[in-house]
Design a protein around this ligand. Structure first.
Ligand SMILES: Cc1cc2nc3c(=O)[nH]c(=O)nc-3n(C[C@H](O)[C@H](O)[C@H](O)COP(=O)(O)OP(=O)(O)OC[C@H]3O[C@@H](n4cnc5c(N)ncnc54)[C@H](O)[C@@H]3O)c2cc1C
Length: 585
């Protein structure tokens, strides 16, 4: 259907696993993908193994910000905030088509805790720590200093706020990660272009090792989840970047490492836009009298609200959104709204997301027990564990971290590999601080003129301007590939749904060039449609009809894929509406 693949294509092929790799990475979230990009770009023979799809773990469930984390200042976590602010700038310059500077409003009421003066001090400190925020930034990405908004200005910007006791608010900027799924994919594509082998749907089931008084890791055992076949992959060093599951991966060693993970559940809801359609452009960091906060973000014409932060005690494998999670978010946001505003109810919830935060356990124990103290104030720092310290050679694990700090963690990790197990291995010069993500139009340049030009060029081939803009914004320079697909097959310019600007050509590209292998891979992480609300059975059937032949699915396989994906989505959509003990549990 399409001719040569793009320079950034991700081709899922198990033929590539025979060689000995320098580094094997377990986990294809933002941490693992960033390590793969860094390692391959610096000349290492790299393979990454992800049991689901790239970015389908915690990295799929974020609040969608590349941010310093202003609230961590309350925990005096200045180092994490400073590192995150530095990364915020680096990531924004490296992919201007996929990020958006967003104004945040932090309202201050008479009863606010911390009190207004202290919030102000925090906002100022946040700004001071971001002293280099505009270095190399084009005008469109420049972040202004924060400022105080009077009560009337605040209400003009955020009309739904409770006015009683409202003093005004602080306005400051952070960076919206518009489509975290596609930004992660852009880094994956950079890794692939640098030679990394990236295998999604490939589960690591254990380690290949020799043992004397110490355990010497020589590779990993994997199962190709799609075929059920088992393989062994050998490499000089293994990096365990399995996020909240690093301890589960380590458990297969059959030997204690002292590394523990605390996990917390984070839920968001997608609702009608607070304040009315098209009226609210700012994100609001609203802290209720209960002390809980939510971030209300304008996203795709709706409000994206969350997160919760509740410790997970026991099994984290099937973490789902419960009725209590949604009630907590609704109660928190409703309590910050004016009495005259129509409160949000469960009927307004169009979609939910849920993720498991990986948090470093400060006091480690070997039994894997989860601390049951609060996780809200736990540090978001990352940590590299060198298991040589635990009697296991050639193995590292990465704990904690944020989406925002994935690149920095990866740089640190690969530096460590070159200083230890891969000492003497030839490296290539590469500086991820100044490197664009795959498909970026130009590093540190305003993407808008490029997007407009691309949309006009696509328009000459019959693609409406607004669809062309949608494609250029999502795919950057790879719009050319989508355009070529449409030229070869004009029907593929058709929109998949009137609710979204995605077109059929994106489904084709997802399979041929972006490693998508399931319907969820396509609609949830290559396209936008799965991230903005309900996906109908008809839509899944249409996607399967387009993708099926490219994936060598016969009719029965395609029907089964549709049935399973629709059932999976139905369970997610109804579970939190079902009282505890109800039938969908
Ligand atoms: C609700 C919520 C909101 C957040 N908001 C933000 C935000 O706005 N900004 C921000 O910077 N950070 C945010 N974070 C934090 C951020 O999302 C995480 O720190 C980050 O995504 C973790 O990435 P990771 O790659 O370490 O983990 P993951 O994304 O979970 O990746 C680990 C991967 O390992 C895979 N894996 C596990 N076991 C195996 C195995 N045996 N074999 C192969 N693969 C395996 C998993 O499938 C998974 O894909 C948020 C977190 C949550 C929960």
């Amino acid at each position: 259907m399409n001719s040569a693949s793009s320079a950034f294509a991700i081709q899922r092929s198990l033929n590539d696993i025979e060689q000995e790799f320098d580094v094997i990475i377990i986990g294809g979230g933002i941490t693992g993908i960033s390590v793969a990009r860094e390692a391959a770009s610096r000349g290492l023979k790299t393979i990454l193994l992800e049991r689901g799809d790239f970015g389908s773990g915690t990295s799929a469930a974020t609040t969608k910000y590349i941010h310093g984390g202003i609230r961590y200042l309350e925990q005096y976590d200045v180092a994490v905030v400073r590192e995150s602010l530095r990364e915020r700038r680096i990531l924004a310059l490296g992919a201007p088509h996929l990020v958006e500077q967003t104004r945040f409003i932090m309202p201050a009421w008479r009863w606010s805790k911390p009190p207004t003066a202290l919030i102000g001090a925090g906002v100022l400190l946040y700004d001071t720590l971001a002293f280099d925020r505009n270095l190399h930034a084009p005008d469109s990405l420049r972040i202004p200093h924060p400022r105080w908004l009077s009560r009337s200005k605040l209400l003009a910007a955020v009309p739904w706020l409770d006015q009683s006791g409202l003093q005004g608010g602080f306005a400051y900027h952070d960076t919206l990660n518009v489509h975290p799924e596609r930004l992660l994919l852009a880094y994956a594509k950079s890794a692939a272009a640098a030679g990394a082998v990236l295998l999604n749907h490939t589960r690591v089931t254990g380690f290949v090792s020799t043992s004397s008084d110490r355990l010497r890791i020589e590779g990993v055992a994997v199962t190709d989840v799609l075929s059920g076949r088992d393989y062994a992959i050998t490499g000089k060093v293994v990096v365990n970047a399995a996020g909240p599951w690093i301890d589960k991966v380590l458990a297969t060693l059959g030997k204690g490492t002292g590394v523990g993970v605390d996990r917390s559940k984070g839920v968001h809801i997608l609702t009608r836009p607070l304040g009315g359609p098209g009226r609210v452009a700012d994100a609001v960091f609203a802290r209720a009298q209960s002390g809980r906060h939510v971030i209300v973000s304008p996203w795709m014409g709706k409000s994206f609200i969350g997160p919760t932060d509740t410790p997970i005690v026991g099994d984290e494998s099937g973490v789902v959104v419960d009725p209590d999670d949604v009630t907590l978010i609704l109660d928190t946001v409703n309590s910050t709204m004016a009495p005259t505003e129509l409160k949000l109810t469960t009927d307004d919830v169009e979609m939910t997301t849920v993720g498991v935060r990986p948090l470093i356990r400060e006091t480690t124990d070997d039994d894997g027990a989860t601390q049951d103290e609060g996780t809200y104030s736990a540090s978001r720092a990352h940590e590299l564990y060198h298991h040589a310290d635990h009697g296991v050679d050639n193995l590292w694990s990465i704990g904690g971290g944020k989406w925002t700090t994935g690149r920095a963690t990866a740089e640190e990790m690969v530096d460590e590999l070159f200083s230890n197990e891969l000492k003497g291995v030839r490296s290539r010069p590469f500086d991820s601080r100044g490197a664009a993500a795959g498909g970026t139009f130009a590093w540190a340049e305003d993407a808008e003129p490029f997007i407009t030009d691309a949309a006009m060029a696509m328009n000459e081939h019959g693609i409406p301007l607004h669809i062309g803009e949608h494609i250029a914004r999502l795919y950057g320079t790879e719009w050319v590939r989508l355009d070529a697909i449409v030229q070869q097959n004009p029907d593929s310019a058709q929109q998949l749904s009137p609710n979204c600007n995605d077109i059929e050509a994106q489904v084709i590209f997802a399979v041929t060039d972006e490693g998508a292998r399931t319907l969820s891979d396509i609609v949830d992480r290559r396209l936008v449609i799965g991230t903005i609300g309900s996906v109908s059975r008809e839509l899944l059937e249409r996607v399967a009809f387009i993708a099926g032949p490219l994936l060598a699915w016969d009719e029965a396989t395609a029907n089964e894929a549709v049935r399973r994906e629709f059932d999976r989505r139905t369970v997610i959509a109804t579970h939190w509406r079902t009282p505890v003990g109800g039938s969908s549990r």
